[in-house]
Design a protein around this ligand. Sequence first.
Ligand SMILES: [Cu+2]
Length: 265
Amino acid sequence: MFTNRLPIAKLAGAVVALSAVIAAVMLSINWNGAEDSTAAPKIDDLLNIMIVVSSVIFAIVVVALAYALIAFRAKPGDESDGEPIHGNTRLEIAWTVIPTIIVLFAGGWSWKVLNEIEETNPRHLTVDVFSQQFAWSFAYPGKEYAYSQGVLHVPVNRQIVFKMHSQDVIHSFWVPQWRIKKDNVPGITTTAIVTPTKTGTYQLICTELCGFGHSTMRAKIIVQSESAFEKWVGGLKEKVPTPMMVSVKQDTETNPEPLERVEAE
Ligand SMILES: [Cu+2]
């Protein structure tokens, strides 16, 4: 048995000090770059909260490990076995209940953030996104399906609902400064909701390995004033090609038809 009690106050002090140092270093790093959508600060705050929680857990592990290495090391020449240790009910309850609370807290906060991000504004603009090996193209339904390839224009400070249709394999829509990333899955329509808050030029990146040309699968995004956007869409000459229009009509909002029904047709 331990003859000395654990120096709880000193260990707790070490955990607090180490957590503070780790959290300060980790929070000082700009992990995700510019915050150019209404969702970005909310997602970054969530990340920062998780960084602080993780720093405390990491500090507890490191302090316990360091203390055990020093305090319980074998004396020179001591070849005997260690004390046999059986369960400790209080400890086991603690290491089950505390992580459960942390995970529920993280899940609850994530839910809140996702709810806020995905709340649709009645004045939103819908844009269809088409992905195929290895290119992006876009349609603006409000404008009789005006169509652009490789370049997406959107107005600033207006909510955009992107409806995504893949023409072949799974692709993924990602704009780092908006923090939004969503898979494009063949046969179903997936939706991403973004309100850009800054004008400028961005890159749309495919983040789902989709074949040999995956790394080149990018598109230019121009966020501009509403009037400049209207002018640009008004000048588009192309209309959506038929195969893409078909995918807009065929894709379902949820899942493909059950297999039996498809076979029966
Ligand atoms: Cu890809």
